[in-house]
Design a protein around this ligand. Structure first.
Ligand SMILES: Nc1nc2c(ncn2[C@@H]2O[C@H](COP(=O)(O)OP(=O)(O)OP(=O)(O)O)[C@@H](O)[C@H]2O)c(=O)[nH]1
Ligand SMILES: [Mg+2]
Length: 336
């Protein structure tokens, strides 16, 4: 959860004014000179209302993590989903309201002390009117925060310590089958903007190292020219996560995409992502024309051959990921 529960202006004011009334009822007036009583009660109402409302907004501001301190993936995710600027602007408005209400608190308590007991309730009414208008001034921002809360509720939980592979390839080539074969449990499904089926994340562990495999149905499975700006941004967010891309070819072409178009998509992904790519040829069990297939395989430096449905070749992918991870660590050590 990124954003806590967001109240409406009415709820904020009801809480503030309601608590103010209760606090006023508790004011012990026995020792106060008679002519001061009304003023003391109304002062308590103003102070309590202001403080309760300030605290409500401050709590929200404290509970929302600082966006610029989040991992780049989440920053991009928030930007794609609700817009980082708009989110910051709304939080800024809450801050503005806190500052203004603090000022009003001081101003009206000062005014209360200098007014006559007969006028005390008028001063308090005026204060409440000003407080209400400040809270209503940020109604749009509160609405936006509530909308953002809903949108960000099911944000994917990413393990940033894991070595992460993101799966790409045309529809029906066996991406989900492979994800299930490589990772032990059923992959977790979380929201991801502009893929109706969400993002699927599977985990496995090898020699105390965590690995994370991510499938993004409907995103990395078609030509990049067909994508709108938001989908492109969703891809950029993925780039922050991926240590490596597993590009899955359907070697048998039974999914309906000729190897030529699959190769084009591969080249595009390679161009857009500055990430190492492993080429995985799937459905090898259905391949009839090996010579034809070799034309494509020969264009690539290194390939892995699998039949995901049967689990053949899957352990080689895992070995390759482990090797990649060891290499990454070695490089990490020499870089230090
Ligand atoms: N014969 C054979 N069939 C496979 C293999 N791998 C996957 N399939 C089948 O291919 C079909 C598509 O597999 P999925 O894993 O759903 O493919 P996908 O790439 O996730 O598809 P989308 O999510 O629609 O993009 C399913 O019917 C699988 O059983 C394989 O190695 N051999
Ligand atoms: Mg799938």
């Amino acid at each position: 959860m990124i954003i806590p529960t967001i109240p409406t202006p009415e709820e904020v004011l009801d809480k503030g004014f309601g608590r103010a009334k209760k606090a006023a009822n508790k004011v012990r007036t026995s020792k106060i000179p008679h002519h001061q009583k009304a003023k003391r009660i109304e002062e308590t109402r103003i102070r309590t209302a202001c403080q309760v409302i300030e605290e409500t907004f401050k709590k929200i501001l404290e509970d929302v993590p600082r966006i610029e301190e989040l991992h780049m993936f989440y920053q991009d995710y928030i930007d794609v989903t609700v817009g980082v600027d708009q989110l910051k602007k709304s939080l800024g408005a809450l801050n503005w309201a806190v500052e203004l209400i603090t000022k009003l608190e001081g101003k009206y308590i000062f005014k209360m002390r200098r007014t006559s007991p007969e006028n005390a309730s008028n001063v308090r009414r005026e204060a409440f009117g000003r407080i209400s208008s400040v809270v209503y001034r940020i109604e749009d921002e509160l609405n936006f925060l509530d909308f953002a809360k809903g949108k960000l509720r099911n944000m994917p939980t990413i393990d940033f310590d894991a070595t992460t592979a993101v799966i790409a390839g045309f529809p029906n080539v066996g991406k989900s089958t492979l994800l299930r074969q490589i990772t032990s449990a059923e992959p977790k499904v979380a929201d991801y903007p502009f893929t109706t089926q969400g993002i699927q994340i599977g985990h496995f562990e090898r020699r105390w190292q965590h690995y994370q495999i991510i499938d993004t149905p409907g995103l990395l499975d078609r030509p990049i020219n067909d994508m709108n700006e938001i989908e492109l941004n969703a891809m950029v967010a993925l780039e922050h996560l991926a240590d490596v891309i597993l590009f899955i070819f359907d070697a048998s072409e039974t999914s309906g995409y000729p190897l030529e178009s699959q190769f084009k998509l591969f080249e595009e992904i390679k161009r857009v992502f500055k990430t190492p790519i492993f080429c995985v040829f799937n459905k090898m069990d259905l391949v009839k024309n090996v010579k034809y297939l070799n034309e494509y395989i020969n264009k690539l430096e290194e390939t892995l051959m699998v039949a995901a449905a049967e689990g053949t070749g899957v352990s080689e992918i895992i070995d390759k990921l482990e090797e990649f991870n060891n290499e990454k660590k070695r490089r990490g050590r020499t870089d230090v």
